[in-house]
Design a protein around this ligand. Structure first.
Ligand code: BTN
Length: 252
């Protein structure tokens, strides 16, 4: 992949700047990072906070030749690249959480937002946005996230160069993406599962819980319920089920 990285001192959302490139006909490989992102977007309509000149806010433009139904695999592929990046720059082992969060020491260190345009069964473009907490320390996070979020700096006690981290990430993603082009998408899920934090744990959504059984070739999640049924979850989020004793006491 021929990456062309533009670095902005400040931007609303790098997703919007990259979408502008896509609509102007820019070939894939255009990438935008902002040292300060003032209106970052997260998944499911949430906002995304990046510490000013502390955390990585990076989006890149892809024009993949895969059927639209495989688009969710790009999020899994990105999560693999982010986990590898974390490993390369910190020597710590990161894990992934379905659908495409990256965890370090069990806490979220990065989130990924994929947005795109599809025409028929063809993908016109996909913009992948990565928010990776790099140099933020605990008091930089909103209070409600402190227990669940971490950064490379919190995990290691070191500071990192944001541009170098961005380039490492693009470096990790490129060969994985090229492999998808030559080999097809079959390798993505098995590779992602090697980093999965939750296989075999009980996950829950909307009061339905089941043991995390695996991820289907299209990127959807399989849970096995207590009565042996397999249920498929295609989008949204799941969380580890809370033990019954916690529910009963209301603690935790
Ligand atoms: C999530 O909700 O976990 C996904 C967060 C994605 C945030 C990144 S930061 C770079 C890019 N620009 C945005 O506005 N969002 C993504």
């Amino acid at each position: 992949m021929n990456w062309r990285l533009a670095i902005y001192p400040e931007a609303g959302s790098t997703q919007d700047l990259t979408k502008g490139l896509a609509l102007e006909g820019e070939p894939e490989g255009g990438a935008v990072m902002a040292l300060c992102q003032t209106a970052g977007r997260g998944r499911m309509g949430r906002s995304w906070q990046s510490g000013e000149a502390k955390d990585l806010a990076l989006s890149f433009l892809l024009r993949p030749s895969i059927p639209a139904c495989h688009a969710p695999l790009l999020g899994l592929l990105t999560a693999i690249a982010v986990a590898r990046t974390v490993g390369r720059v910190t020597a710590a082992s990161a894990q992934v959480r379905w659908p495409n969060d990256v965890l370090l020491n069990g806490k979220k260190v990065a989130g990924i937002l994929s947005e795109g345009m599809v025409q028929g069964d063809e993908i016109r473009y996909v913009i992948v946005g990565v928010g990776l907490n790099v140099n933020s320390v605990e008091h930089d996070f909103f209070e409600e996230f402190r227990a669940r979020a971490t950064s490379l700096a919190i995990a290691t006690g070191q500071r990192f160069d944001l541009v170098a981290v961005a380039r490492t990430l693009l470096d990790e993603f490129g060969p994985l993406y090229d492999r998808m082009g030559t080999e097809g998408v079959g390798f993505v899920v098995p590779l992602w599962e090697t980093l999965w934090a939750h296989r075999g744990t009980v996950l829950e959504r909307d009061g339905v819980s089941g043991v995390a059984d695996g991820v289907n070739p299209d990127g959807s999640l399989r849970l096995r319920t207590g009565d042996g049924r397999l249920i498929t979850i295609s989008s949204g989020e799941v969380a580890p089920a809370r033990p019954l004793c916690e529910d009963a006491s209301g603690a935790g």
